[in-house]
Design a protein around this ligand. Structure first.
Ligand code: ATP
Ligand code: XMP
Ligand code: GLN
Ligand code: MG
Length: 538
């Protein structure tokens, strides 16, 4: 994205910079800081001060799976400590603080040997100073608090100029501070909820120590984002947007509508792989209820034609991804032909987790599945991107959607993948197979809603398996296909567990599908977690 084109969100809010050393808890630090009304950004730990696009009001160094002395262990740009802003190191971050600010050699590694010294789990932090305790502990209930430890290495000595402000039975330097330089270190993890008063520490750091204003709220963010979009697009500019009717693109579309009205052109590509009546329903809600200028492009012939005979999951995904691009190119040209001003921008519903994943210092992870990616449009279409949600997590997007007046049932919809039913029909995708899975899925969703289960589940769908099995219906032998029902609970869709579905409901769903959907004589329930399975079957 051409960031220079856009005024930055960090210009509008005091910002805490969180440097990610690869800890599994880094996102939680981000969450905790935002929960205090302070804006923050998570960047890879390898980012250099000279490349920073904003001046942070404070810096937090996260934990890490690495051991600090290990070869290849990531290290912070020492100039971060010369910005004159407070720094807080958490676990590995504390060890980095000691590496940079200490006399050197104080980090003892117990990894590999002396395993008994490793510390995982709950510990009691003794806060020093009584009533004069350090300002990081302002508002604490007493001189002791439960904290969560997860480390193999520890500090062997106190770096010069630092003092101890808290210790545990096993950790002499559990919390340390350099008052003059405003550099702090915690051996425990304040960001996890198991550290009972940990959130207070992060709040105290951001608001008391770094003096950040607590003004980051969804309301102010929406207002500022609308202003920003208007500034970027200008008085007359037109924008095209890929809108699926899913949560992310709907929220992005409503925001765009607020910002530039009908100069925003939403395009839904109907690839023929949508759920039953999906395009019609989306049109009704987006166009009629939310007033979005939405065009539905029926490209099913093209998609289904190209998918003919294809059974390999990755090939299906690539064909669909590429065809999306073609349809968009055509569509942009059509709109251009009608309007005096050419379309310059494309709106995407990119969320923060996508951004974080793509900037990880460890590099992109192995390709498990090629997600259809509208980002691929960039090179060919020469369109510049507007990504109004790229700073937000999914639940923040939902919050924004509710604030923008989007109906709650749309906001709480389960995610639906871009490639649609093609990756839920195992084997070849044909109109007959699409019809079977659409009907089964429709029954499944209706029953989940009727039984008040839909909102307890993060994502549910029916998949059609390419095998046939023998059954008996009305005294006759049948030899038909199998529907697999999937329902998972997940917070970020990176990991998931299968949903404990009430047997009574399963019985009803199974019986309805077998009775009502021709071509199916067996229904199974998928009891695999992710990992090792994934949420979608392909
Ligand atoms: N059928 C479609 N037509 C147009 N754009 C689409 C279509 N399917 C997906 N997209 C684009 O791809 C993006 C990513 O899809 P994704 O499924 O992650 O998000 P979503 O559909 O907006 O929300 P949800 O996660 O709730 O399904 C969408 O935000 C949208 O821009
Ligand atoms: O927009 C999308 N385009 C895709 O190509 C795609 N593939 C998977 N998904 C969704 O991502 C989440 C994780 O899915 P998996 O466990 O199957 O990888 C689940 O929510 C899936 O539905 C996609 N979404
Ligand atoms: N959670 C952490 O940051 C751990 C840091 C380092 N890997 C250790 O074991 O001490
Ligand atoms: Mg979707």
């Amino acid at each position: 994205m051409d960031k220079k084109e856009q005024t930055k969100i960090t210009d509008a809010y005091d910002t805490i910079l969180i440097l990610d050393f690869g800890s599994q808890y880094s996102h939680l630090i981000t969450r905790r800081i935002r929960e205090c009304g302070v804006y923050c950004e998570l960047l890879p730990c390898t980012v250099k001060v000279k490349d920073l696009e904003f001046k942070p009001k404070g810096i937090i160094l996260s934990g890490s799976p690495y051991s600090n002395h290990e070869e290849g262990a990531p290290h912070v740009d020492k100039q971060m400590f010369e910005l004159g802003v407070p720094v807080l190191g958490i676990c590995y971050g504390l060890q980095e603080v000691a590496r940079v600010k200490g006399r050197g050699g104080e980090i003892a590694s117990e990894t590999g040997h002396l395993v008994q010294k490793r510390e995982y789990g709950s510990a009691t932090l003794n806060i020093l100073g009584g009533a004069q305790r350090h300002e990081l502990f302002d508002g604490f209930n007493g001189d002791q608090t439960r904290v969560w430890m997860s480390h193999g290495d520890h500090l062997d000595g106190l770096p010069q100029g630092f003092k101890v402000i808290g210790h545990t039975e096993t950790s002499e330097y559990a919390a340390i501070a350099h008052e003059m330089d405003k550099v702090f270190g915690l051996q425990f993890h304040p960001e996890v909820t198991h550290s009972e008063e940990g959130a207070k520490i992060l709040r105290n750091f951001a608001i008391n120590v770094c003096e950040c204003q607590s003004n980051w709220s969804m309301e102010t963010f929406v207002d500022k984002e609308i202003q920003r979009i208007r500034g970027v697009v200008g008085e007359t500019g037109r924008v095209i947007g890929a809108v699926s009717g899913g949560v992310d693109s709907t929220v992005a579309a409503v925001l765009m509508k607020r910002a530039i009205g009908d100069r925003f052109h939403a395009v839904l590509v109907d690839h023929g792989l949508m759920r039953l009546n999906e395009s019609k329903n989306v049109k009704k809600v987006l166009d009629e209820q939310l007033g979005i200028n939405l065009t539905i492009v029926d490209a099913s012939e093209s998609f289904l034609g190209k998918l003919k005979g294809v059974t390999d999951p990755e090939r299906k995904r690539k064909i669909i991804g590429n065809t999306f691009i073609e349809v968009f190119e055509e569509q942009a040209k059509l709109i251009d032909a009608e309007q005096s001003e050419k379309i310059e921008y494309l709106v995407q519903g990119t969320l923060y987790p996508d951004v974080i994943e793509s900037i990880s210092f460890k590099g992109p992870s192995a390709t498990i599945k090629s997600h259809h990616n509208v980002g691929g449009l960039l090179d060919t279409m020469k369109l510049k991107l507007i990504e109004p949600l790229r700073e937000l997590f999914k639940d923040e997007v939902r919050k924004m959607g509710l604030l923008l007046g989007i109906p709650a049932d749309l906001i709480w919809r389960h995610p639906f993948p871009g490639p649609g039913l093609a990756i839920r029909i195992l084997g070849e995708v044909t109109p007959a197979q699409i019809s079977i899975v659409q009907q089964a899925d429709h029954i499944y969703m209706s029953e989940l809603k009727a039984n008040n289960l839909y909102n307890q589940i993060s994502q549910a769908y029916a998949a059609l398996l390419p095998i046939r099995s023998v059954g008996v219906m009305g005294d006759k032998r049948t030899y038909e296909q199998v529907i697999a029902l999937r329902a998972v609970e997940s917070t970020d869709f990176m990991t998931a567990d299968w949903f404990d579905m009430p047997v009574k409901v399963m019985k009803r769903i199974s019986s309805r599908i077998i009775n009502e959907v021709h071509g199916v004589n067996r229904v199974v329930y998928d009891v695999s977690s992710k990992p090792p399975a994934t949420i979608e079957w392909e």
